[in-house]
Design a protein around this ligand. Structure first.
Ligand SMILES: [Zn+2]
Length: 107
């Protein structure tokens, strides 16, 4: 993003402009966030096992508790990736087993 005052390009997560020291939109956002916001491994695990719940919590907390919502989102993302990988492995396994069975009937 760009600083409102001096127009310098600054990091999207910057709270104040490093060039002129003027608070950015993130400064206000950070003040609005809850003090109990923190990365939370418990919610990451929850999101891992229940990606749908993780996604919902991620969307619900995105504004008020970005760090906790990030934990949920990360857990859900990893959960989805692992589940998709397991599904692919399962399909490969089934096909391999079917291939073996077919080979055995031929012989
Ligand atoms: Zn500036």
């Amino acid at each position: 993003m760009y600083c409102k005052k001096c127009g310098a390009e600054i990091d999207d997560d910057a709270v104040v402009c490093p060039h002129c020291g003027v608070p950015t939109d993130n400064f206000k956002k950070q003040q609005n966030t809850r003090p109990d916001d923190a990365p939370n491994a418990g919610f990451a695990v929850l999101g891992f096992f229940f990606p749908i719940i993780g996604l919902i919590l991620f969307l619900v907390w995105r504004e008020s508790m970005p760090l906790r919502s990030k934990s949920c989102g990360k857990g859900a993302l990893i959960g989805v990736i692992v589940e998709v990988a397991l599904a692919i492995l399962y399909v490969i396994f089934v096909f391999a087993a079917a291939g073996c069975a077919a080979a055995m009937t031929v012989v």
